[in-house]
Design a protein around this ligand. Structure first.
Ligand code: PLP
Length: 384
C-alpha cells in the first residue's frame, strides 16, 4: 500500500528527502519545508515500572527517532536544515558542551551531506558518555574552538566572526537548535502525540514531563499540545541553572516559536490572545523544576544516577545531563504524591551506539589545551 505521506514527498537539494505531508502542513498557509531525517511517529508505550500510588506512567520514545542518531534534536534539525540559512553548503557554527548531544546530532546529520560542523565548546564533567560524544565529534571532522567556560562564549563567538575569513565562516545555529523554526519540530511532536491519543495508543496525559536546556523542545511541545487541544500540565525539569533557563527565557522561546508560526501562516485568530492566550485556551499549563540541577549543568547527581540505573533495568538508556535528571524529577514529584495522572515522560535522549563513528586517534585532533586537560584527567584516574 502507498503511504500517502511518502507519496507527497519530494527531494531536497543534496538528495535529502522532504517530508511534504508533515503535521504542520494543515495548520500553516505557507508551511516551510521539512526534511525527513527522523523516523516518526515515535512509539508511545506504557511504563508500569514507574507507576506510583495509582498514577499511571507512559513513555514517549524519542530515543527511537532515528537509527543514525535519535532523541529530540533530530526533530528540530528536520526543519532547520531544510531552510536558509542552513540549507546551503557552508559549515554550520554552533555552541555546546564538549559532550553536547546537539553537536553530535548536527555533526552526524551534516557529514552525510559532506558538510562540516564548527563548534565553540565549553568544558563539562567528563563521563564516559561525554567522552564518546566528543570522540564522535572529532572523528567526524568537526572543527572545535576550546572556549572552556560558558561565560567565554560571547567573546569567542565575536572573535570567530571577526577573525575568520568569510569563505571559511560557518552560519550560526542557536545553541540546542532552539529558535522559532527549530521549535516547529516539537510543535509537530505535540500534534503527533495528539494523533496517538486520538488513535487510542495512549490516554490523554494530565501531566507531561520533559527536560529543558535551551527551551526549544519544551516550548514547541507546549504550543503543539495547545494547537491540538491536548490540555495538560507540562512539567519541565531543568538541566541548567536558573540564570540559564527560567520563566522569562521560556516565555521568550514560546514567543519566538509563535512568531515563526505566524510568519508561516498560522490562522491569526489562534494567536489573538498571544501565545499565553493560546495555551490558556487549550488548558495547557507549565512549570519549571530546578530541583534536579544539583551541582550545575552536566554535573551528575546521585538521584539522576539512581534513575538511570532503574531505567536501564527496563531497557531504557538515559544519561546524566538531561534525561536522568528528568526521571529524578518525576520520581520526586510522584513520591510527594502531587502529580496528576496519567503521566507521560518524554524521553529526549537518543541512545544510539556511536562506536562505529569513532576513530582510534580522535584525541590527536583535539585542540592542544583540551587534549592536555583530558590527558591530565586520564592520568589522575589512572586510565591513561
Ligand atoms: C538529551 C537531551 N534532552 C533534552 C535536551 C533539552 O532540549 P532543549 O535544549 O530544547 O531544552 C537536550 C539538549 O541538548 C538533550 O541533549
Amino acid at each position: 500500500m502507498v503511504d500517502p505521506e511518502r507519496a507527497l514527498d519530494a527531494r531536497a537539494p543534496g538528495g535529502l528527502e522532504l517530508r511534504a505531508g508533515h503535521g504542520l502542513a494543515g495548520l500553516l498557509q505557507a508551511a516551510p519545508p521539512c526534511l525527513r531525517l527522523a523516523d516518526l511517529p515515535t512509539p508511545v508505550e506504557r511504563a508500569a515500572w514507574l507507576d506510583t500510588s495509582g498514577v499511571e506512567v507512559w513513555l514517549k520514545r524519542d530515543d527511537q527517532s532515528s537509527t543514525l542518531y535519535g532523541g529530540g534534536k533530530v526533530r528540530k534539525l528536520e526543519w532547520l536544515l531544510a531552510s536558509p540559512p542552513f540549507n546551503g553548503d557552508e559549515p554550520i557554527l554552533s555552541i555546546g558542551g564538549i559532550g553536547s548531544h546537539h553537536l553530535v546530532a548536527l555533526a552526524l546529520n551534516l557529514q552525510g551531506l559532506g558538510r562540516k560542523l564548527h563548534a565553540l565548546t565549553f568544558d563539562q564533567v567528563v563521563t564516559p558518555h561525554v567522552e564518546a560524544n566528543l570522540a564522535t565529534l572529532m572523528s567526524l571532522g568537526a572543527e572545535i574552538w576550546d572556549v572552556r567556560t560558558r561565560v567565554g562564549l560571547p567573546v569567542a563567538w565575536l572573535a570567530y566572526h571577526l577573525w575568520r575569513r568569510p569563505a571559511e565562516k560557518g552560519v550560526s545555529m542557536a545553541p540546542g537548535a532552539s529558535n522559532g523554526l527549530g521549535g516547529f519540530g516539537f510543535v509537530a511532536a505535540g500534534l503527533e502525540l495528539a494523533a496517538q491519543i486520538e488513535a487510542g495508543e495512549a490516554p490523554k496525559p494530565a501531566t507531561v514531563y520533559i527536560t529543558g536546556g535551551s527551551a526549544g523542545s519544551s516550548a514547541g511541545l507546549a504550543i503543539g499540545l495547545a494547537l491540538a487541544g491536548v490540555g495538560c500540565h507540562l512539567r519541565i525539569v531543568s538541566a541548567v541553572e536558573s540564570w540559564s533557563f527560567n520563566r522569562i527565557l521560556y516565555r521568550r522561546m514560546l514567543g519566538q516559536i509563535a512568531a515563526a508560526l505566524a510568519v508561516y501562516g498560522l490562522d491569526p485568530a489562534r494567536l489573538r490572545g498571544g501565545v499565553s492566550g493560546l495555551l490558556a485556551g487549550a488548558g495547557v499549563t507549565w512549570s519549571i523544576d530546578h530541583g534536579q540541577v544539583g551541582g550545575g549543568y552536566a554535573v551528575p547527581t546521585a538521584d539522576g544516577r539512581v534513575g538511570i540505573a532503574r531505567a536501564a533495568d527496563h531497557g531504557l538508556h538515559l544519561e546524566t545531563t538531561y534525561t536522568g535528571k528528568c526521571l529524578a524529577g518525576l520520581t520526586a514529584d510522584l513520591g510527594r504524591g502531587d502529580v496528576r495522572g496519567p503521566v507521560l515522560l518524554w524521553n529526549t535522549h537518543g541512545a544510539n551506539d556511536l562506536r562505529r563513528w569513532i576513530d582510534l586517534d580522535w584525541r590527536s585532533r583535539l585542540p592542544a589545551g583540551l587534549r592536555g586537560r583530558l590527558d591530565a584527567l586520564r592520568e589522575r584516574r589512572g586510565d591513561g
